[in-house]
Design a protein around this ligand. Structure first.
Ligand SMILES: NC(=O)c1ccc[n+]([C@@H]2O[C@H](COP(=O)([O-])OP(=O)(O)OC[C@H]3O[C@@H](n4cnc5c(N)ncnc54)[C@H](O)[C@@H]3O)[C@@H](O)[C@H]2O)c1
Length: 382
């Protein structure tokens, strides 16, 4: 299949390029390096050393023996996106090219630029498909966070059929994307799969793709590090695991390799022309407190509760449904326990790098717009 990856240089994008490369697909990718710039801007780095996109491309071509077209374009520039789509003629586009961070979107001044970037990128892709590749299947990464934490089951449903309750400007940008995809399906006949994805964790692709030049990034700071990835980075340098507030915040999680497998299944089984298919994508549901306990049990790390910088429910019902991927044959390939053990092994060699950036492990960016280091909560234990 000819597949364009928007956001090819990111955590999921580069993993997907390697995964689909191994499956024999023809690939092209767009990325303007924004993720690298933003992580620099907040004073952090990837725990796993990564190469430039140019070096990655050369290593990819060497390994898979065919061409990888990469373009350093801004996805919000419609003319650039249209040129790539008209030239490459993708059968499918996987759209990962957005700013993925709730805390980053809540930093004063970032709210609108995050929305502009995310809505603009999706808009360019939708419009370019409409004009240059109307049969192309658009697979867009949304977030389980679009639904918020409602009482009762969370179905696999569009914004027309189930309410959205975003808790950050980032999540609001995802909701707006969902609304636009649904409308484009109705009025233009655009076919899309809108993945409500849980939190991804892991480094496992590094194990089966042994070339370090092909490694994907892994972040551990408060803006771009996600729950399990941060805990394991903290554990390998002997830093306490930082639970925000009471720790009852419950979400869906899935290992990196499974995220790739699920996207592949959805590419192989496209929706019908004009369908906006909403898919909930996660393997397991856990509270932050339970995840911290798991990482602590496997590593001996201490667990500490800190003031929660976010505005969110710290104890709530969470009952998401996931039927579409199971129907396509997805079963989780591993467990949180097994993947965490593999991550400890993969990240231990990078202890010095993580320790050098230890200051980014305690959150400072607060939902009320202030910037103050969270203090430990006295008397709260897991
Ligand atoms: N990682 C997760 O746990 C997770 C969970 C749910 C949803 N998602 C979604 O999956 C997608 C990918 O996530 P990720 O963790 O790989 O993030 P990422 O930041 O590592 O990847 C996104 C890539 O897109 C690029 N990009 C962003 N805006 C761009 C623009 N205007 N032009 C060109 N390139 C641009 C960035 O440089 C980056 O390389 C995002 O949409 C994210 O919201 C991720």
């Amino acid at each position: 299949m000819r597949i364009l990856i928007a956001g090819i240089d990111g955590y999921l994008g580069w993993s997907l390029a390697c995964y689909l490369g191994e499956q024999g697909h023809r690939l092209a990718g767009i990325d303007n390096g924004l993720r690298r710039t933003m992580v620099d801007e907040i004073g952090s780095t990837s725990a796993v050393p990564i190469k430039t996109l140019h070096e990655r491309r050369l290593a990819w071509e060497h390994r898979f023996g065919r061409k990888l077209h990469t373009y350093t374009y801004d996805l919000t520039t419609e003319s650039s996106v249209s040129r790539v789509i008209a030239f490459f003629k993708p059968e499918a586009i996987v759209h990962l090219g957005e700013i993925p961070s709730a805390p980053y979107s809540m930093i004063p001044g970032n709210e609108w630029p995050v929305q502009q970037n995310n809505l603009g990128a999706t808009w360019s892709l939708m419009n370019a498909i409409r004009h240059h590749a109307p049969d192309c299947h658009l697979v867009k990464l949304g977030s389980m966070g679009e639904y918020g934490t409602p009482d009762g089951p969370i179905p696999e449903a569009s914004s027309k059929d189930f309410p959205r309750q975003p808790g950050s400007f980032y999540h609001a940008s995802k909701v707006h994307g969902t609304v636009n995809l649904a409308l484009a399906a109705d009025v233009w006949g655009l076919s899309s799969t809108d993945i409500m994805q849980g939190v991804v964790f892991g480094t496992t692709l590094i194990d089966y793709i042994d070339d370090p030049v092909l490694a994907t990034r892994l972040d551990f700071d408060e803006c771009f590090g996600t729950a399990i990835n941060r805990f394991v980075c903290q554990a390998v340098i002997g830093h306490p695991l930082t639970i925000y507030g009471a720790g009852g915040q419950t979400r869906g999680y899935l290992p990196l390799a499974d995220s790739m497998r699920c996207i592949e299944l959805l590419l192989q089984n496209p929706p019908y022309l004009g369908e906006h298919r909403v898919v909930n994508q996660f393997a397991e549901v856990h509270s932050i407190k339970d995840l911290a306990r798991t990482v602590a049990r496997l590593t001996g790390a201490e667990v500490k509760h800190y003031e929660n910088p976010r505005r969110e429910a710290e104890a709530h019902q969470y009952d998401p449904v996931s039927g579409i991927l199971a129907g396509l044959g997805y079963t989780p390939s591993t467990t949180v326990d097994d993947e965490v053990s593999r991550m400890v092994e993969a990240l231990t060699p990078h202890q010095t790098c993580i320790a050098a950036y230890e200051s980014v492990l305690i959150p400072c960016r607060r939902w009320d717009g202030t910037n103050r280091r969270s203090e430990p909560l006295i008397g709260v234990t897991s």
